[in-house]
Design a binder for this molecule. Structure first.
Ligand code: FES
Length: 178
């Protein structure tokens, strides 16, 4: 099993993984061709693929851990670290690069104090980079969850992040008052 992707993650005794697999055992037969649907189910429920889940899928399907790991890492849809509530994807394609996406990414990293692939300590944001969104005419492009923001400059990007923070803080305040 490749360890590098799990360097900073403790997966010891994750009860949510155990609960999830108790459910999955009822739904899946443990066939090799269920590998990708199982990976997708885990990610949909947990937001990422903990190492414990990959080992359990290997056990259930009878596939080697190398095969499970190799399949999971082959597809960009799968992640191996927990993700924030808001996933910020900054395009690093040529059109966006020409329009300053590097500076945009630097600004966001500095503002959130995390690097691409990492989640902020409050669990709110994860930064990712993408090769191209296919919206090059809108360069530079950033996507927050499913919302696309084009022709961005640094101040507008920070304003978007501020708005999310303010909204989330207000939600927390409302919850604590109710
Ligand atoms: S290069 Fe950024 S959307 Fe295509």
């Amino acid at each position: 099993m490749e360890q590098a992707i799990y360097q900073e993650q403790s997966v010891e005794g994750m009860p949510e993984v155990e609960d999830l697999f108790n459910e999955m055992r009822k739904e899946f037969k443990g066939m090799a061709n269920e590998l990708i649907p199982m990976l997708q189910r885990v990610q949909r429920m947990l937001g990422f693929l903990p190492e414990q889940a990959l080992l359990e899928i290997a056990r259930l399907t009878g596939l080697s851990t190398a095969r499970v790991y190799g399949t999971a890492t082959f597809y960009a849809q799968f992640r191996f670290q927990p993700a924030g509530k808001y996933i910020i994807r900054v395009c690093r394609g040529t059109a966006c690069h020409v329009k300053g996406s590097d500076r945009l990414l630097d600004t966001i990293e500095e503002y959130l104090q995390v690097a691409p692939g990492q989640m902020t300590p409050d669990g709110l944001f994860t930064i990712e980079t993408v090769a191209c969104f296919g919206s090059c005419a809108l360069a530079p492009v950033m996507v927050i969850n499913d919302s696309v923001y084009g022709s961005l400059n640094r101040s507008r990007a920070l304003k978007l992040l501020d708005e999310i923070r303010v909204r989330e803080e207000a939600n927390i305040k409302n919850l604590s008052l109710s």
